[in-house]
Design a protein around this ligand. Structure first.
Ligand code: NDP
Ligand code: 8X3
Length: 255
């Protein structure tokens, strides 16, 4: 296991769910955290709870290419050399048949999950290559492995993340920079409430009768991958709840 003490870790989508759990797990390791998301107040509350971990906050919309470039290029010099990038910011919007789907929902998912991840990666990875060190962790999904009914565009966006992770790994071959895709099944976060545009009752039903993963389960998996010896690259990790076999096959108990 390698130490990540004093390493600089950029976590996108740190204001909630898996990103916030990554911040909590990594804060205990002596790492220095750059936490990015649109909801600054959430980030401030999280940062306060992580004291005395050194934290730098970025109020950032990953869909805005120019904001991504300017925010990251203007990092203070003692925060600029990012060692680990956790590309976690992402969302689903809607659960509709494709021919009935909302084009603005599609655009939001594609702009965030694919283009946002690319903008961040394109801005951060050149420094990793130059410094001969670094690790990119992309949060994909079981949805990138298996398309499910009405998942169409979200699943497509996560299949794209999977292909991009694979391509990045190939393009970085010959450098020490590592690439990992962590692909969870059901994790109880704000994800379903965002998918259903704030309908929390409908969101709750997604996890009814089963024990989903927690955001910390996923953060622990990220921690495991980044702390392997430097000659080890975990390319892909699919982790699901014990109550989930495939994207659509789950075991629910009567409540
Ligand atoms: P949450 O809704 O709890 O968190 C999503 C995070 O993404 C928030 O911090 C949000 O911050 C951020 N985000 C969304 N859009 C943007 C944007 N345009 N710019 C910057 N940040 C943004 O969901 P999860 O924690 O579950 O989701 C995290 C990742 O995990 C996503 O990529 C998701 O697809 C993936 N995933 C989730 C699974 C699940 O079952 N929950 C399973 C598999 C993968 P803010 O709104 O403040 O900007
Ligand atoms: C989130 C998991 O199965 O709801 O990526 O798409 S799923």
């Amino acid at each position: 296991m390698i130490s990540i003490h004093n390493q600089i870790i950029l976590i996108t989508g740190a204001s909630s769910g898996i990103g916030a759990a990554c911040a909590q797990v990594f804060a205990q390791t002596g790492a220095r955290l750059i936490l990015a998301a649109r909801r600054r107040q959430r980030l401030e509350e999280l940062a306060a709870s992580l004291a005395p971990c050194p934290v730098h906050l970025l109020e950032l919309d990953v869909r805005d290419r120019f904001q991504v470039e300017s925010c990251l290029s203007q990092l203070p010099s003692d925060w600029a050399e990012i060692d680990i990038l956790i590309n976690n910011a992402g969302l689903s919007r809607g659960l509709d048949k494709l021919h009935e789907g909302s084009i603005s929902d599609w655009e939001e998912m594609i702009d965030t999950n694919i283009k946002g991840l690319l903008y961040i990666t394109r801005t951060v990875v050149p420094g990793m290559v130059k410094r001969d060190r670094g690790h990119v962790v992309n949060i994909g999904s079981i949805a990138g492995h298996q398309t499910y009914p009405k998942g169409n565009v979200y699943c497509g966006s996560k299949a794209a993340v999977r292909a991009i992770s694979e391509g990045l790994k190939q393009d970085l071959l010959g450098t020490p920079v590592r690439v990992t895709s962590i692909d969870p099944g059901m994790v109880e976060t704000e994800f379903s409430s965002v998918r259903f545009h704030g309908d929390t009752a409908r969101a709750k039903k997604v996890y009814q009768g089963l024990t989903p993963l927690t955001p910390t389960d996923v953060a622990d998996a990220v921690f495991f991958c980044v702390t392997r010896p430097v000659h080890v690259n975990i390319s892909e990790m699919l982790l699901v709840p014990t109550d989930q076999a495939t994207a659509t096959l789950v075991h629910r108990r009567a409540e």
